[in-house]
Design a protein around this ligand. Structure first.
Ligand SMILES: [Zn+2]
Length: 416
């Protein structure tokens, strides 16, 4: 019986199975049917020539915002997926109990990419940019439990954002309630860290094995390192008991200095995710392949960064048949060109590192079907307003400068 699709002649990188090297990937219906060194072209109805390309499992973005049209941060995931290789998306708390049905019906169900979600512990989710936990009445564990349990096919955790303006006078009570919700529903918690109070010393001890710290290499004051770049004891204890470190680059939450301090201390992130949203999509975050390229620039291997965006998030999300090219897994596949050259890569503090490699997506396949590249959905009006100035004008100016200088990833490698 012939294969439906054959991806031929590429360099396979599948950290979950350990297959790294020349290989052909065959697909039947929506599943991986074979991965072998050489499969004859006439064994398939359709062949994609992957010579000179990396062939990886479809990327899994553990921290994204895709509730577009009805939340402050949400972007339209599908056109982004088609040009970045991200086949599985996890919305990180854009919806709370009051708005989750809409996310499900209007975004997740019609999408050609796969989407799961962390349900916000705040019933209102991220309708606006901040303040969602200043009213503890919105932090209703019973309601969380009801909504989570009716949507167990797509709810994969509890999202709670910790920061001075987000929680106001609520202190660490939102984390306590998140732990209660997580225990009742058997879900992990994803905690966002930003600016104190409260201090991370107060709430990191509440996190359990399998819970996730997102923005783990932030340059903001809740960072996991002291001013000398030493890992805080409270962070060390969290990591030792199995708390997961997730990048969540975003528009303000990734600093090369923090990443370098961590790597120097022997600490690598478990997961590289984007925190892609209406603002960060315009750079310097841009997209997941760009985030992976930043870690290549910091000295990690291709195989490691691919693992951090496939195998690792799949394990955390308990996905049996994703994040790998194992025979029988879903045929979610990404083809990349690894451009060689000299590429200026920026963090959110204006620091630059020169990358020698830049990963750009060539083709994205979900369930055996190539995702069609269609125009990007225009950004929200408040994103344009943000570009022009507003609360963090220095960042905005810096971002426009990147575009003007031709420092977007597609401009750098000549893809765009
Ligand atoms: Zn986020």
């Amino acid at each position: 019986m012939r294969f439906d699709l054959l991806i031929k002649g590429g360099e396979v990188v599948d950290p979950a199975t350990g297959y790294v090297g020349r290989g052909d990937v065959a697909i039947r219906r929506d599943r991986i049917a074979a991965v072998e060194r050489d499969i004859a072209a006439d064994a398939a109805f359709h062949v994609i020539d992957a010579s000179g390309l990396l062939v990886t499992p479809g990327l899994i973005d553990l921290h994204a915002h895709v509730w577009h049209g009805a939340s402050y941060y949400g972007i339209d995931a599908e056109p982004v997926g088609a040009r970045t290789g991200v086949t599985s998306w996890v919305d990180a708390g854009s919806a709370g109990a009051f708005t989750f049905d809409g996310l499900r019906r209007y975004v997740i169900e019609p999408a050609k990419v796969r989407i799961a979600a962390f349900l916000n512990i705040s019933c209102i989710g991220l309708v606006a940019w901040d303040y969602e936990l200043t009213q503890l009445e919105f932090c209703d564990v019973n309601l969380f439990e009801m909504v989570a349990n009716r949507n167990r096919d797509i709810v994969c955790g509890v999202k709670v954002r910790m920061g001075a303006t987000t929680v106001g006078t609520s202190g660490i009570e939102p984390v306590r309630r998140s732990v209660e919700a997580a225990e009742r529903c058997d879900l992990p918690i994803m905690v966002h860290i930003a600016v104190p109070p409260p201090g991370i010393q107060e709430f990191l001890p509440l996190l359990r094995a399998g819970d996730i710290i997102t923005h783990c290499f932030t340059g903001l004051p809740m960072k996991l390192f002291d001013d000398h770049g030493r890992l805080l004891d409270v962070a060390r204890r969290a990591i030792d008991r199995g708390v997961i470190l997730d990048i969540g680059h975003g528009a303000g939450s990734f600093a090369f200095r923090s990443a370098e301090a961590a790597l120097a201390a022997g600490i690598k992130p478990h997961v590289i995710s984007t925190d892609i949203h209406q603002m960060s999509i315009a750079g310097p975050m841009f997209d997941l392949p760009t985030c992976l390229s930043k870690f290549l620039a910091l000295g990690l291997e291709v195989r490691e960064v691919v693992a951090m965006a496939t195998e690792a998030p799949a394990r955390i999300l308990r996905y049996q048949d994703r994040g790998t090219l194992r025979v029988g897994a879903l045929a979610d596949i990404a083809l990349f060109r690894l451009h060689q050259g000299s590429f200026p890569l920026y963090d959110n503090t204006g620091e630059v590192r020169t990358g020698r490699q830049l990963l750009r997506n060539v083709e994205t396949i979900v369930g055996g079907r190539v995702l069609e590249r269609r125009p990007m959905t225009p950004r929200a009006v408040w994103a344009e307003q943000w570009d022009r100035g507003g609360t963090n004008a220095r960042m905005r100016g810096f971002q426009c400068e990147l575009v003007a200088k031709g420092h977007t990833p597609d401009q750098m490698c000549g893809c765009g």
